[in-house]
Design a protein around this ligand. Sequence first.
Ligand code: PBG
Length: 329
Amino acid sequence: MYPLRRNRRLRTTASVRRLVRETIITPDDFLVPLFVVEGRGVKEEILSMPGQYRLSLDNLEKEVKELWNMGLCAVLLFVKVPENLKDNKGAEALNEHGLMHRAIKAVKNSCPEMLVMTDVALDPYSSFGHDGIVMGGEVLNDETVELLAEMSVSHAKAGADFVAPSDMMDGRIGIIREALEDEELTNVGIMSYSAKYASGFYGPFRDALDSAPVDSAEIPKDKKTYQMDPANRFEAIKAVEMDIDEGADIVMVKPGLAYLDIVREIKNEIDVPLAVYQVSGEYAMLKAAAEKGWLDHDTVMMEQLTAIKRAGANIIASYFAKDAVRLLD
Ligand code: PBG
């Protein structure tokens, strides 16, 4: 008798497909990245990221209320720092009245239960567009880590629930954890960008914040001496394990779609929540193709988000969060 087992039986109707579906996207999966600028009433669309905006604090307050009402519960904040406040050491990053500090308070003021995570790295504050202090043609590690620890403490004091170091310096998780403990900020968590690759997919993000490395003979023109080589996998597992040993509460792989082999491999090894960042270039690619009518936006968006979760993500940082939740409704 040919064939007794027919795989298509479990695909015959929408109901049976629902019943056997293994991966389901919900609003709880998302961490929503938001870009903040100075000013009032500002809502500037980012050219290479249609549907994403730079928001002034008043509009940030409105946005987080809307997100909360849609069922989204966590945001990841990035600030666009005015050019005249940038320097090599990112001094503005420690200003307790700085934009990030006011943004954290604005979110908590508007929506106290919204979980706030903050980006910790020097690049938006750096006159060179690097994630650390530049000297002698190099991005310094240990000196940068000291600043990142101070920056983390200042974000935590302003009300951040988690700090998210995205810089890829060595040893920073341990030093940040110690600094938080010294200040008795014991409940403030660390989401570490542990396996962050030197990727071309960050282009639109650097447009959004005007934070690309500057073109000059004296400084590194890319981030390859600190972000990982896209060709490597052993290194990713090692980096994640080291960050967990140093006290990371959540670890991250970034970008998403092109690195799902890494996501699954790490997921199989670790026992802390794993975040995946579906980055700006991934967002831009689909928006552009959909605009041209070459891909169906919603179908491909859900397929990509599902693939990220199926690969092992417990948390997805994604610019598609609102689009996806609207579609789920
Ligand atoms: C900065 C930072 C970057 C992103 C998040 N934090 C850019 C970079 O490392 O150059 C990229 C996010 C995205 O592309 O959406 N430390």
